[in-house]
Ligand binder design. Structure first.
Ligand SMILES: Nc1ncnc2c1ncn2[C@@H]1O[C@H](COP(=O)(O)OP(=O)(O)OP(=O)(O)O)[C@@H](O)[C@H]1O
Ligand SMILES: [Mg+2]
Length: 393
């Protein structure tokens, strides 16, 4: 829907809001003699690339700063190739690139060159294949007229692992952190975009907007999520975004997230987890600690995880039954225990322990393995229902 264009990732705001301080810090750093190389970092979708693009236009307009923006590729050689192409040369040698950069600096009015390497964390083998390149550039170019900006989700302390000590010593990187957006900031940014939607017949209820911003800020403030959320809400609500619409979208997003998480597991491990969830749900229901919404089939637990433990023997029985229903060969015992180890030690979905016969939580009254569910049963149960178990992956 073209009228939703202001909610696209690629839409450029006419005015950069919220990150103006960070933009100023970048400008000041580039204008200073020392330190003049930046390590920009922060979580996903927090405006690092956008701020760098705004800086890029600012620098281009200034005429005195020549910015070169490069989106890093997976391979250092490809990243360097992108830089070489922007400079109109084929050679990927640091010396050749440095000589073209020197030539640019000889041009009239150019005071400084800024190389911007965005999304650095996308690149592999940085310390081996990219660090020596940076090392040579630093040596070849007049340090006061040359700045480097690296941007990634990697924290400042990781710069030590990414670059060799010789490159780091030449770079003397200054950190610039992009902190997560608060609820209010997400709101300001969303409203900026909504104001640019031409369609007159749209409405966004205040409580619905608050709901979106609250959820997005709680999960780290990734503004891409806010954009997706609002786009879907406008589509589902046909232009009318109400609280019930955004609740429904949130439910779908959550389910999709959990379905993807579960589908990352090997099929049988996922099925065993589904059986654990079902067994825990049955126990909670028996205790009156679970309510079921019959219209949607959603469950709602009255307590939080970890719930009371369930016996592995009981889960195993259910797993074997499900395998029979699905017409598939179940795991052998050794693999079942391996699956339980993976679900507990590696992934933390469950906790397991052998309880002695006289333990108060041991309802089998004989020494047996018990399982605690560590994730919210509502989320897992919703996702398990969305999975078509006949479609084995
Ligand atoms: N301050 C802002 N004003 C307007 N839009 C923003 C702002 N911050 C983020 N966005 C938008 O959110 C999306 C993600 O921002 P951006 O690509 O800059 O994130 P990032 O920090 O570079 O994330 P990543 O680490 O994943 O590369 C983009 O569509 C961008 O336009
Ligand atoms: Mg980015």
């Amino acid at each position: 829907m073209t009228w939703l264009y202001p909610l696209a990732y690629s839409w450029m705001p006419p005015k950069l809001l919220i990150r103006d301080q960070e933009l100023n810090k970048i400008i000041n750093c580039i204008d200073a003699d020392y330190p003049r190389n930046l390590w920009i970092y922060g979580g996903r979708g927090l405006g690092k690339s956008l701020t760098l693009k705004v800086f890029n236009s600012y620098a281009e307009d200034s005429g005195r700063i020549k910015p070169i923006y490069i989106e890093c590729s997976e391979l250092p050689s490809e990243t360097i190739f992108k830089l070489a192409s922007k400079l109109g040369i084929k050679s990927k040698k640091a010396e050749s690139i440095a000589s073209v950069l020197k030539h640019i600096l000889d041009g009239e009015g150019v005071e400084k060159i800024v190389l911007i390497f965005d999304d650095l964390d996308r690149m592999k083998y940085i310390s081996r294949d990219f660090s020596p390149f940076i090392h040579v550039l630093c040596d070849e170019l007049d340090e006061f007229r040359f700045s480097l900006i690296f941007s990634s989700t990697l924290s400042y302390s990781k710069a030590n692992e990414v670059f060799s000590s010789s490159a780091l010593s030449r770079l003397q990187l200054k950190p610039l952190y992009f902190r997560p957006y608060t609820k209010q900031e997400v709101k300001t940014l969303l409203m900026q975009r909504l104001n640019y939607i031409d369609e007159i017949d749209i409405s966004v209820d205040e409580d619905a907007l608050d709901f979106i911003c609250e959820k997005v800020s709680r999960i780290g403030g990734d503004f891409r999520k806010a954009l997706d959320f609002m786009r879907e809400a406008l589509t589902l609500g046909k232009g009318k975004v109400t609280l019930s619409v955004v609740r429904e979208i949130w439910r779908r997003m959550k389910t999709e997230f959990w379905v993807n998480q579960i589908r990352e597991l090997p099929y049988h491990q996922a099925l065993i987890l589904a059986c654990i969830v079902e067994t825990v749900a049955n126990h909670l229901a028996k205790e009156g600690l679970l309510s079921i919404d019959f219209s949607t089939g959603d469950i709602n637990a009255k307590i939080d995880p970890p719930y009371l433990p369930v016996a592995w023997d009981e889960v195993k029985k259910l797993y074997l039954k499900r395998c029979m229903e699905l017409g598939i060969q179940p795991y052998r015992s050794r693999m079942m225990y391996y699956a339980l180890d993976n679900l507990s030690i590696k992934l933390g979905y469950i906790k397991k322990e052998i309880l002695p016969a006289n333990h108060e939580l041991n309802y089998l009254k004989k020494k047996s393995l018990f399982i605690w569910l560590g994730e919210k049963i509502e989320n897992l149960s919703l996702a398990m229902k969305q999975i078509n178990w006949y479609d084995i992956w």
